[in-house]
Design a protein around this ligand. Structure first.
Ligand code: ZN
Ligand code: ZN
Length: 545
């Protein structure tokens, strides 16, 4: 599939799931990638933190890939670059703050000098082969959220990236209604648009109202205040710095990702008025009413500062009379981990305030009134919902049609769509899937390794070693258990399993080692079923003397 005299669109990630956004546009024999993100592991991927998109489709066409344009610096848009960009071997394009974050990640992975990273500072358009690119700033929960206007010989695409409308964002500017209308005036073939909050009947709200909400809440607190938020939300950090000053509290910052964001933000011209921070010991020695702590870990991450503070393994402590504010949204899937930390804090007598009790958070994604505005300004011929689960994307398609957009495309990862010339139609399927970063190794997410690990995690493992000579056992079988639920019966269980293995060797008349292995495996597993009602993985090692 090489794009001809046509405009193609393919999502390799982020359509049908929230996370790991990767979008491809193709025309005149060339491909352009927009974003290259990750998603995070959950209990179904034991031992895995990072999940990557499978880019096989474009890896087979690397000669035709011209570059990767990054919309903004969230992990679901740039997170895969440290692991996949050097193999793709194409230039990256990003605005300064986003580029600062990418550069830090590439350096950490040790491949910054092998990857061309272009920092786009100018407002004007630049060309990547047949694609003319113009970054168009939109408000979002990170500095430099950008839509990308992509002009091709077959039509213009407005790819929104993640966005919201905010009349008074704390940091950075956003395109005005007039500027967006001017883009629409020139004709837009397709609006490729964020679906995350399509079920929200209200607009997302402004950062300035968060400031008011936080001011009110913090003014009423006598003890220590700890606020957790997304580290990358530099506008919120700015707001929190102002709230601390408004309320006469000194600011202390806990968490590596916060340090990193503050460093990159200051280096690219943001957080200029952020107050001087105090260290952990000073924060603990001051009267609680004079301290505000900003900490990472509001999604329940076990290694982040908030969890360590809750579990008393951090220099910073919280006690009865202190208050923890969750100035963030619970990401679906994290509720249990967050609830766990909240329960530890509540058990200490710490008060907890979330965005349900007070106006201390606004979303970075558009609710329906904002989507409706965008449709009116851009007036696309086709709406392509992305950045959502299937239910979000289908809902946005319905909503767009009801708001007067002439056509909407329901697509998922791997669908190859021809957008022009002629009627839009699906013209093929690209292979898609997930990879996991396991230690330093990249593997298929549902391949042999992860399946083995799931089986061992779910059922436990029994290792049986036997030495045989001419079909007869030498010495006693050796047995080791991992995660088999026998506890006090352990010794009896091992003795019975040894007997079963011995009998299996005696009964098995053939000298075929494979048959012998299977006979031992089945007889030991029968013992496990009798003792535990479970079928552990039985691993048999035969040493032939
Ligand atoms: Zn984002
Ligand atoms: Zn996103």
């Amino acid at each position: 599939m090489t794009p001809g005299k046509e405009l193609l669109f393919v999502a390799l990630g982020g359509s049908g799931e929230i996370g790991m956004n990767v979008n491809l546009y193709g025309c005149d024999g060339k491909w352009l990638m927009v974003d290259c993100g990750i998603t995070f592991g959950d209990a179904s991927y034991p031992g895995v933190d990072v999940i990557l998109p499978d880019l096989q489709f474009i890896e087979e066409r690397l000669d035709d890939l011209l570059g990767i344009v990054l919309t903004h610096g969230h992990e679901d848009h740039i997170g895969a670059l440290p692991y996949l960009a050097s193999e793709l071997g194409v230039p990256l394009y990003a605005t300064p703050f986003t580029a600062g974050l990418i550069h830090g990640k590439l350096e950490e992975e040790g491949n910054a000098d092998r990857i061309e990273l272009n920092v786009v500072k100018e407002d004007g358009p630049f060309d990547i082969g047949p694609f003319r690119i113009t970054y168009t700033p939109l408000a979002h929960s990170i500095p430099e959220g950008n839509a990308v206007l992509i002009e091709t010989p077959y039509g213009r695409i407005f790819h929104t990236g993640d966005w919201k409308l905010d009349e008074a964002p704390a940091l950075g500017g956003a395109s005005t209604a007039q500027e967006l209308t001017a883009i629409g005036d020139k004709g837009v073939l397709a609006l490729v648009c964020d679906s995350t909050n399509v079920f929200n009947p209200q607009a997302s709200g402004s950062e300035i109202d968060v400031r008011k909400g936080l001011d009110e809440v913090v003014a009423g607190i006598k003890g220590r205040v700890l606020v957790t938020t997304f580290a990358s939300n530099a506008a919120r950090l700015q707001t929190l710095g102002e709230v601390a000053q408004d309320c006469g509290r000194q600011l202390c910052v806990a968490g590596r990702s916060l340090d990193r964001i503050i460093r990159v933000a200051k280096a690219t011209g943001y957080l200029r008025n952020f107050p001087e921070t105090i260290d952990f010991d000073t924060a603990m020695s001051l009267p609680p009413s004079q301290v505000m702590i900003i900490a990472t870990g509001g999604q329940g991450e076990p290694r982040a500062a908030l969890n360590r503070i809750a579990e008393d393994t951090h220099v910073l402590k919280v006690h009865k009379g202190d208050t923890v504010l969750f100035s963030s949204r619970q990401i679906p899937g994290n509720e249990i981990a967050i609830g766990r930390i909240m329960n530890i804090l509540a058990g200490k007598g710490v008060e907890i305030i979330t965005d349900r009790q007070a106006f201390i958070h606004v979303s970075g994604h558009p609710g329906r009134p904002e989507l409706s505005e965008m449709y009116k300004w851009i007036r696309p011929e086709i709406l392509i919902p992305v950045h959502g689960e299937v239910r979000h994307m289908h809902e946005q398609a319905r909503f767009g049609l009801s708001e007067g957009v002439p056509q909407a495309i329901n697509q998922v990862n791997g669908d190859i769509w021809k957008l022009a010339p002629g009627k839009p139609e699906k013209v093929g399927d690209a292979p898609v899937g997930r990879l996991v970063l396991d230690g330093d190794v990249i593997l298929p997410a549902d391949g042999a390794t992860i399946n083995e690990r799931r089986r061992v995690a779910l059922y436990g493992q029994i290792s049986v070693a036997v030495a045989v000579q001419k079909g007869r056992l030498i010495g006693d079988p050796q047995i080791r258990l991992q995660g088999v639920p026998v506890e006090e019966d352990r010794d009896n269980f091992i003795a019975d399993a040894c007997d079963a293995a011995e009998q299996a060797v005696q009964k098995e008349s053939s000298r075929d080692l494979e048959k012998l292995r299977e006979a031992i495996r089945l007889s030991v597993r029968r013992v496990a079923v009798r003792y535990t009602g479970k079928k552990p993985v039985v691993d048999v090692l035969i040493i032939e003397a």
